[in-house]
Design a protein around this ligand. Sequence first.
Ligand code: SF4
Ligand code: SF4
Length: 66
Amino acid sequence: MRKANVNKKRCVACGECAYTCPKTAITVKNGCFAIVDAALCVGCGLCAKACPADCIDIMEEVHHEK
Ligand code: SF4
Ligand code: SF4
């Protein structure tokens, strides 16, 4: 499944993504950067569209075993 991934270096902790997410999968950690709860994220991409810093990518979840 596709999941949102935040580039923490570019995130300005504005909270737009958390406000936009229909699954409340994003929290802004200590006013520093946004973190996505992959268990809640459905990969809809709304957060990526809302982010003014363009720091969210929607990507395939990484699986370590094959
Ligand atoms: S992709 Fe959708 S469900 Fe996932 S964090 Fe972004 S807005 Fe929320
Ligand atoms: S919208 Fe973008 S810049 Fe703002 S808190 Fe979310 S990831 Fe960070």
